[in-house]
Design a protein around this ligand. Structure first.
Ligand code: ATP
Ligand code: MG
Length: 205
């Protein structure tokens, strides 16, 4: 099956504004008449959401953690993302392959290439058309949040390694990953994202 829609992912450390910007982008795209589906990782469908609860609420070993995220991703791709792309929708996913590389590959020390290869297996080699990396000092991102889950409760050093992992992936992504300064205003960040998406949509007409 060939995917015909547009696949957009958002990445970044905790509290960088992914969910906020996704909602702004979703509303903007809907107002322009597009059909949009928003999903999140880990999660997406009931089985993937059940895996989300296991991985975020239990103290699991790094390789277990990676495999659970990948299981959730495989399920989300198969049952939610691919069908929507095939139907021509714009799919926005809150975290995807680059989070596994940054968190488990870099910060948990499993290794970038191992995680990238497993990502490819889990997704059946589905890559986003564009990825927005909301880049911010993790100290600022974490300070924005009230409740913290297991990942968010990790040390600041851990989150700084995650940030570096994301930026290293962006440098080697041949332009797929668009890095944005996430310490700006809600409106400025949205404007950059909307402009970039508009250019992609125009180039496809
Ligand atoms: N540009 C911004 N300036 C100031 N505050 C912001 C900005 N963007 C988001 N916030 C605030 O920061 C908090 C975290 O934002 P959000 O939930 O969108 O981040 P996130 O990247 O989705 O976090 P998580 O990784 O935990 O899901 C929210 O309270 C949000 O209102
Ligand atoms: Mg969020």
């Amino acid at each position: 099956m060939v995917a015909t829609g547009l696949f957009i992912t958002f990445e970044g450390v905790e509290g960088s504004g992914k969910t906020t910007q996704i909602e702004m982008l979703r509303k903007w795209l809907l107002a322009a008449g597009h059909s949009v589906l928003v999903t999140r990782e880990p999660g997406g469908d009931p089985a993937a959401e059940a895996i989300r609860n296991i991985v975020l609420e239990n103290d699991v070993a790094p390789r277990t953690e990676l495999l659970l995220f990948l299981a959730s991703r495989a399920q989300n791709v198969e049952t939610v993302i691919l069908p929507a792309l095939t139907a021509g929708k714009i799919v926005i996913c809150d975290r995807f392959i680059d989070s596994s590389v940054a968190y488990q590959g870099f910060a948990r020390g499993i290794g970038r290439d191992t995680v990238a290869a497993l990502n490819e297996f889990a997704t059946g080699a589905l890559y986003p058309d564009i990825t927005f990396l909301l880049d911010i000092d993790p100290a600022i991102g974490l300070a924005r949040q009230a409740d913290r889950n297991r990942m968010e409760a990790e040390s600041l050093t851990f989150h700084q390694t995650v940030r570096k992992g994301f930026l290293t992936e962006a440098e080697n992504s041949s332009g797929r990953i668009c890095v944005l300064n996430a310490s700006g205003s809600f409106a400025d960040i949205h404007f950059s994202i909307a402009n970039r998406v508009l250019k992609i949509l125009e180039s496809r007409v």
